[in-house]
Ligand binder design. Structure first.
Ligand code: IPM
Ligand code: MN
Length: 352
């Protein structure tokens, strides 16, 4: 199969983890006779420096024309005080919106060999759930602004029935091949948008009589995710709550560096780890490449390349079993570099 893939290396540790990802993908495509054509394009802080915008038009055009986008991470603390009126992250949000990537899928899987979670081990066995995060609406994209004297600020949270429906249906469909349980996380005791979410999702549930639906307020969900993570199968939630819950859920797995995601629209798709650009580690060859590599594996699944995906995931599992891991998931004295982890996975693929 031929695929055109746009590659955004982004900021911070981005180039290092993407290098390992492309390396292992090359071994997969070689093994199975596929042709992936990669096009490197700029976004984020590096694009601000070169083009004066975090999301140049050429990047957008290339992404819209490709079969999928692979993105590592975007962000740079030097824009934290926002003196130039733009941030690298603005570029990412713009791309998500233009590509209409409304459904962000974030699987939370625990590997029994990894033991760096501060949560008690007995709570973690067999945790396996997926967060379905709405990605192009809500408070992220509602009108925002300041009063004339700059002393009042606002961010509107807006959702339409259509926006809720399209991700709701994706979540219910996905639950059919899992444990058939959807938990809607909202703040329906306070927010009007949450009340609409409940109405719309309850309506969809009528079409899925085999799927059980329950509801949790976000504050309660934040607690339950730590106290009893096993009970979740699919968590469906809005943009902001999904952002917060997914970082929280990463603590269960031991490291944010492990978690991949797929952002799906009607025509377009993008695959990106959920972590940020980790600038403190940039250039040190210590960042965990697995979030990015597993995002590539979600891309293979999206292309319906199931054997390919299985082999890549098997290789990742073996790297963990054999303790070829970066220091976020193993004691530092036994840890491997970013490159060593990539090489291990690459060699495993070539030999199997
Ligand atoms: C994420 C990130 C982004 C978000 C940032 C970088 C804008 O935290 O993908 O979770 O908030 O969506
Ligand atoms: Mn986030």
């Amino acid at each position: 199969m031929k695929k055109n893939i746009s590659v955004i290396e982004g900021d911070g540790i981005g180039p290092e983890i993407m290098k390992q990802t492309i390396k292992v993908l090359n071994s997969i495509t070689k093994k199975y006779g596929h042709n992936f054509y990669y096009k490197n394009i700029l976004a984020g802080s590096i694009a601000i420096e070169k083009f004066g915008t975090p999301m140049p038009k050429e990047t957008i055009d290339t992404c819209l024309k490709s079969d999928a986008v692979l993105l590592s991470c975007i962000g740079d603390p030097k824009y934290d005080n926002n003196t130039i009126g733009m941030r690298p992250e603005d570029g990412l949000l713009k791309l998500r919106k233009i590509m209409n990537l409304y459904c962000n899928i974030r699987p939370i899987v625990v590997y029994s060999q990894i033991n760096k979670s501060p949560i008690k081990k007995e709570l973690l066995d067999e945790v396996d759930f997926i967060i379905y995060r709405e990605l192009t609406g809500g408070i992220y994209f509602g009108e925002k602004g300041r009063s004339k004297n700059k002393e009042i600020a606002y961010d509107y949270c807006i959702y339409s029935k259509k926006e809720i429906q399209r991700i709701g249906i994706m979540a219910f469909k996905a639950s059919l091949s899992r444990r058939k349980k959807v938990t809607l996380v909202d703040k329906a005791n306070v927010l009007e948008t949450s009340k609409l979410w409940r109405e719309v999702i309850q309506e969809i549930a009528l079409d899925y009589p085999d799927v059980s639906l329950d509801f949790l307020y976000i504050d309660n969900a934040a607690m339950q995710i730590i106290m009893n993570p096993k009970k979740f199968d699919i968590i469906l939630t809005d943009n902001m709550f999904g952002d917060i819950l997914s970082d929280e859920a990463s603590v269960i797995t031991s490291s944010l560096g492990l978690l991949p995601s797929a952002s799906i629209g009607n025509k377009q798709s993008m695959f990106e780890p959920i972590h940020g650009s980790y600038p403190q580690a940039a250039g040190k060859n210590i960042a965990n490449p697995l979030g990015c590599i597993l995002s590539a594996s979600m891309m293979l699944e999206y292309f319906k390349m199931y054997k390919e995906k299985n082999l890549l995931e098997e290789a990742v599992k073996k790297s963990i079993e054999n303790k070829v891991c970066t220091s976020d998931i193993i004691d530092i004295e036994y840890s491997s570099t970013t490159e060593e982890v990539g090489n291990y996975i690459d060699t495993y693929i070539k030999n199997h």
